[in-house]
Design a protein around this ligand. Structure first.
Ligand SMILES: Nc1ncnc2c1ncn2[C@@H]1O[C@H](COP(=O)(O)OP(=O)(O)OP(=O)(O)O)[C@@H](O)[C@H]1O
Length: 911
């Protein structure tokens, strides 16, 4: 039987890039107040906040030393080598170039004496080392491979190997799904045919698909099943591409509405722009940075694709999810060659994309926000092509007040984009942002307040209903077997937890409803398979977490059912936004139960940090052995357990230290920092005589099972080189057969630029900020619950609401929510939580005494009482405890207070 899931099981974060970012209604749903049209916000609502002012030392420290920079510019291949050393070594000599490495070390250390260099303890380098590479562990360890054959720019091979290998085959003759869209672009890998018949039939299929999608004009008299000659096809293609070129040229000369419409027709076959598109495109083409808020499925992608055709330089698209990038790359029109750079790519793929970028063969480049950590990557980008446009998809991730905040997005500030990349224009896009979130995005990206294009965030073709459920499984079954859902071909059921999706889909299958589960815990290939089956209408129901959503562009999803309460109205809008993208009336139902609300509310406390833990963490970051300017590292898992702070939260804190008012650190890409070295040909001592790096390693290593284990940053600091240069050299030794090595311990790496004068004040500020972020998350959940509660209990069922159907009142509440400053309002959720329990204090006492071996903090005790897993107190161990999750319905802060009182008493007694 299904048991209640725990925090680690939730997909709310797992779905995000660790691995993944319409048409108008035909029939109107019940009447609702008219949505506001493009509504540039008055400047007063978007008061700019003080901008980041890095200290002079910070600025200079973050720039690479001139020598390396010059070398990088004059030797692009060398630069690439530092980005993707595994690949670069294919071209490198396989002999060990110890002398060139020695020269490199000596150039960085003029006083370097190889004979004595490693006898004394390392002193801090006088210069900040250059940025380390963006190098995935896979890339560092991968042996060089033959260059892959060139394939079409937007073909699937452009995506990371893991994803590419697992891309689904395109369904033939499926309905309009993203895979069909892919085919209309003619971007598939070139295929060889065994016979002419096969070739002809494939051509016909492809032709029909293109025609069906309106990408090409239909030939006169051509009926379904007609033979289409290759010559005709070629002529049509040529004519189409000539008309596109012509249309682009005309728009370049005069980007008038009429010319842009002709371009739209010639390129996409669409007859008109949708609301907000034309204005956004004209803004961008005129070089005006723009904030674009359009509903889900409204066609935001078009607003960067059209400018990408017109503008001379590169369009960079920043996207939070790998799967979203892959989908968007595949959907690019044929005349827009695209590429993708993600950390999970092999070095071959990475290098190939860079080559194409340098050769000017890429017009649209998709990148993850994490890429912007890498200074060398930024240099390559800046030098490859002028960047005409940076489009930031799901831009709400920039704001910590959004429902889906991502620390890596925090770095995407105008300061970085304008000044480091000479970007000419920024387009920020989202479907869901409150006023406060918008204000923050626009401030961060320096978008003028007049350049906000915003249409209603409400989709009018969605029928919204909610019902209370005491038995969600039974009610879900009933729902799926009754009208309107029983007649639907495509339905998504959203659950909060991964385990829940598996359990629910199995239950549905057992009851003769074909369903599959989808969540980020599944292998990529299984996820792709489920998506493919769903998009080709081979399965009717997908039971998914939030991981199945953003960017999913299947036009004929007719129903969305929320089995669990969404965490915010933004999430509700995103998820219901998967339905009715073809403009037809579609139905979205929510099953409401308060137990789920309490569970999710508890989990909202899993990111909080106590000031005590924060200050200990800060002392570790700036510990005395971490000298200013040196490369420092924090092994992620160890640090997370040590301070009982989740890894994402550690990264958030580090990012704040980098981008806050004072820049304390510069973050480097994440590396595996512990290296175990095995010697094969020459003895360690003999090799050390010839090789500076090996000598340093021998001085710095611990011996474990006869092998040398060392810390990469420490060696880099000793030699005053970058970690990437250490990896490069190790690779050279490896390819010469001298050594092999293994890497482990993924770590956050950084360089200290400025030590805090007042640790207490800094830790108090950071704790306060995190607690505000936590409260904002809870307020969002409360607002969602209050809305659902109002619909089922408070709504008088007038003005169009009836039975469980509440479209008008839900839409009204959504509009109110998005017009409020922080999107939330006072509601009675807090009042619904139990004030306390007579047994709470006594239970906490028993719990602490019976687990006296553990070092508890009040927060740790409260988490256990709320059933929240944390790094130091994981559910795997603690969920067996009698008290696990027992006080879910008592406000978290009350439980924490009670735990604090009990711990203080124990300390007083000296226990
Ligand atoms: N002017 C237009 N006319 C007709 N169809 C359009 C137009 N613009 C975009 N579309 C289609 O609308 C669909 C949705 O577009 P897109 O994926 O860009 O939406 P989106 O706004 O990014 O949605 P989401 O936020 O949900 O990801 C696509 O299939 C696209 O081809």
């Amino acid at each position: 039987m299904y048991s209640p899931p725990h925090a680690a099981d939730s997909d709310s974060e797992g779905s995000l890039l660790s691995d993944v970012s319409a048409s108008p209604p035909r029939r109107r749903s019940p009447p609702r107040p008219a949505p506001p049209k493009h509504r540039p916000r008055p400047a007063s609502t978007l008061t700019p906040k003080p901008k980041l002012k890095p200290t002079p030392s910070a600025t200079s420290a973050s720039a690479p030393p001139p020598t390396l920079r010059a070398a990088a510019l004059s030797d692009p291949h060398g630069l690439a080598a530092r980005i993707a050393p595994g690949f670069a070594l294919t071209a490198a000599s396989s002999t060990v170039s110890s002398s060139s490495f020695r020269r490199l070390v000596q150039s960085r250390n003029p006083s370097f004496d190889p004979a004595t260099a490693f006898t004394a303890p390392a002193s801090a380098p006088s210069e900040v080392p250059t940025a380390a590479p963006c190098l995935s562990p896979a890339a560092t360890e991968a042996p060089p491979q033959a260059r892959p054959k060139r394939v079409h720019p937007n073909s699937v091979s452009e995506v990371p190997a893991a994803a590419a290998a697992e891309q689904p085959k395109r369904p033939r003759g499926g309905s309009e799904g993203n895979f069909v869209r892919l085919n209309i672009n003619g971007y598939g890998r070139r295929r060889t045919f065994k016979n002419a018949q096969a070739r002809r039939s494939t051509k016909c299929r492809s032709w029909r698909r293109q025609r069906a999608a309106g990408a090409m004009p239909r030939a006169q008299g051509d009926e379904e099943g007609d033979f289409v000659s290759e010559a005709l096809l070629e002529r049509e293609k040529k004519a189409a591409s000539e008309s596109v070129l012509e249309a682009v040229e005309t728009v370049r000369e005069d980007p008038s509405e009429q010319n842009l419409m002709s371009l739209l027709k010639a390129t996409y076959g669409y007859d008109s722009f949708r609301e907000g598109q034309l204005e956004a495109i004209q803004n961008v083409v005129a070089g005006e940075s723009t904030m674009l808020v359009l509903p889900t499925g409204a066609g935001k992608s078009l607003c960067y694709q059209v400018p990408a055709m017109i503008l001379p330089g590169l369009t960079l698209v920043v996207s939070p999810l790998l799967s979203l990038m892959v989908d968007q790359l595949r959907k690019l029109p044929a005349f827009l060659p695209g590429g993708l750079l993600a950390s999970s790519q092999t070095s071959d793929e990475f290098h190939d994309t860079l080559q194409r970028l340098r050769a000017g063969e890429i017009k649209v480049l998709f990148v993850s926000p994490e890429r912007f950590l890498n200074e060398e990557f930024l240099l390559i980008l800046r030098d490859a092509l002028p960047i005409s446009l940076v489009a930031i998809d799901e831009a709400h991730c920039i704001s910590e007040w959004s429902y889906n905040f991502r620390p890596s997005y925090l770095r995407l500030r105008a300061s970085l984009l304008w000044r480091k990349l000479n970007v000419q224009c920024i387009l920020a896009m989202t479907a869901t942002a409150t006023t406060q979130t918008l204000e923050e995005i626009m401030n961060a990206l320096e978008i003028p307040s007049g350049n906000l294009i915003q249409t209603s965030q409400i989709r009018e073709n969605l029928q919204l209903s909610i019902s209370i459920s005491d038995n969600r499984l039974k009610d879900l079954m009933l729902l799926l077997k009754s009208l309107p859902f029983v007649d639907m071909r495509s339905i998504i059921v959203y659950c909060k937890f991964q385990a829940e999706t598996d359990f629910v889909s199995k239950y549905l299958c057992d009851n003769n409803i074909t369903a599959k589960s989808y969540h980020s815990g599944l292998l990529m290939k299984n996820r792709s398979r489920v998506q493919e089956l769903f998009c080709s209408n081979k399965i009717r129901v997908v039971v998914a977490t939030v991981a199945f959503g953003m960017g999913l562009d299947k036009s004929d999803v007719e129903g969305v059912i929320h089995y669990s309460l969404p965490e915010s109205l933004e999430e509700y809008i995103q998820e219901t936004g998967r339905a009715g993208r073809d403009g037809r009336l579609s139905h979205c139902h929510m099953l409401l139960d308060s137990a789920t609300f309490y569970k999710i509310r508890s989990l909202s406390h899993s990111d909080g940090v106590d000031e005590y833990a924060m200050s200990k963490f800060l002392y570790q970051i700036f510990s005395s052995e971490n000298t200013t300017g040196c490369i420092c590292s924090l092994v992620r898992e160890l640090t997370s357990r040590k301070f009982d702070i989740k890894e994402e939260v550690l990264l958030t804190i580090l990012t704040q230290l980098e981008i806050g008012d004072q820049q304390y650190i510069r973050l480097l890409p994440q590396f595996n920092v512990t290296c175990t070295l095995y010697f094969h040909k020459t003895s360690p001592q003999l090799l050390a005589d010839k090789d500076i790096l090996i000598r340093s390693v021998l001085n710095r290593s611990e011996m474990k099972d006869g092998h040398y284990v060392f810390d990469i940053p420490r060696i880099a600091n000793d030699l005053k080189i970058t970690m990437n240069e250490v990896f490069d050299h190790l690779h050279k030794l490896k390819f010469s057969g001298e050594i092999s090595f293994e890497l482990k311990d993924p770590a956050y790496c950084y360089v200290i630029l400025w030590r805090p004068d007042n640790f207490n004040a800094l830790s108090a500020n950071l704790t306060k900020w995190l607690s505000e972020v936590e409260s904002s998350k809870i307020r969002k959940l409360d607002a969602m619950f209050a809305l659902a509660n109002f619909a089922v209990k408070g709504c008088k069922r007038t003005g169009g609401c009836s039975g469980s159907q509440h479209t008008p009142c839900i839409q009204k509440k959504i509009m109110e929510y998005f017009s409020k400053d922080d999107g939330t309002s006072e509601n009675d959720c807090h009042a619904q939580l139990q004030k306390s329990s007579p047994f709470l204090q006594a239970d906490i006492k028993v719990f602490i005494q019976s687990n006296s071996f553990a070092k508890f903090t009040p927060r740790a005790v409260a988490r256990i009482m709320h059933g929240i897993s944390s790094p130091a107190f994981p559910s795997a161990t603690w969920s067996k405890n009698h008290f696990w999750g027992r006080y879910v319905e008592v406000d978290f802060s009350l439980v924490m207070e009670a735990a604090k009182a009990e711990l203080v008493k124990l300390v007083g007694k000296g226990e």
